[in-house]
Design a protein around this ligand. Structure first.
Ligand SMILES: [Zn+2]
Length: 240
């Protein structure tokens, strides 16, 4: 299978990807506590695997996935061990410089795919910042806010307690699907730093949630490549 991983390409292969009008995904995640039952790479693992599987599913144009930005904005998780956070402006600058570097090589379709709630506001704002200050057009989405995902997730993940959050049912289910050896379901309880009930998680639910996110991302990538997505973002045309 063709590789979709940016870090595995040789330099001439980037020229080929450029000629084929590749879309570039920059996964943005975190390294942070996820209760006593999930590993600290949960957000990075969910986000990266969704990006890679969507990229692999697209045949008609290349999609390349950068190495995950593994640390983000997580000051609210610092009371618990294992969390690594950046300061706000460091994080903004990191995202800026990575996107500027990708753009400098000629790529003009750049998507930030975020996997951590604490990063969402920053990733959303990068569209305006990069357009206004760097003359670069990007789009940014948090994977659970991709068009078509929320409805599917509401249907699948409704728990008895009616609430799904950090390290709870959704993330725990996806981790049971993606890296079950790192999950301790005996410790999957609602404790400080967990927001919701992880005990209702199952591997099967995780597989369905993950596949729903991958297919939503595939649709978005096609819309982005064809120009349909940016056509709908009228305000950016006024800046760039
Ligand atoms: Zn998480």
């Amino acid at each position: 299978m063709k590789t979709v991983l940016w870090q595995e390409l040789r330099r001439n292969e980037f020229e080929d990807a450029l000629k084929a009008d590749a879309v570039i995904i920059i996964p943005v995640a975190s390294t942070e506590q996820h209760g006593r039952h999930l590993p600290v790479n949960t957000d990075a693992n969910c986000c990266f695997t969704i990006a890679v599987r969507a990229a692999e599913a697209i045949e008609e144009f290349p999609v390349l996935v950068l190495p995950t930005i593994w640390t983000g904005y997580s000051p609210h998780h610092m009371p618990h061990p294992g969390t690594i956070t950046l300061k706000y402006h460091t994080f903004v600058e990191l995202l800026t410089q990575v996107a500027v570097s990708v753009h400098a090589h000629g790529f003009h379709k750049i998507l930030f795919l975020n996997g951590h709630g604490g990063n969402s506001a920053v990733v959303d704002a990068m569209r305006t910042k990069l357009a206004a200050e760097e003359r670069i057009s990007v789009v940014g989405y948090t994977y659970w806010d991709l068009p078509s995902v929320p409805e599917e997730w509401k249907r699948i993940s409704r728990s008895d307690k009616g609430f799904v959050g950090h390290a709870a049912e959704i993330e725990t289910s996806m981790q049971l699907y993606l890296q079950p050896d790192l999950v301790d379901m005996g410790a999957a309880v609602w404790v400080p730093g967990v927001f919701g009930d992880p005990s209702t998680a199952t591997r099967e639910k995780g597989e369905r949630l993950h596949k729903a996110a991958v297919s939503a991302l595939v649709s978005l990538l096609r819309d982005y490549h064809s120009g349909r997505l940016e056509d709908s973002l009228v305000w950016r045309k006024e800046i760039l």
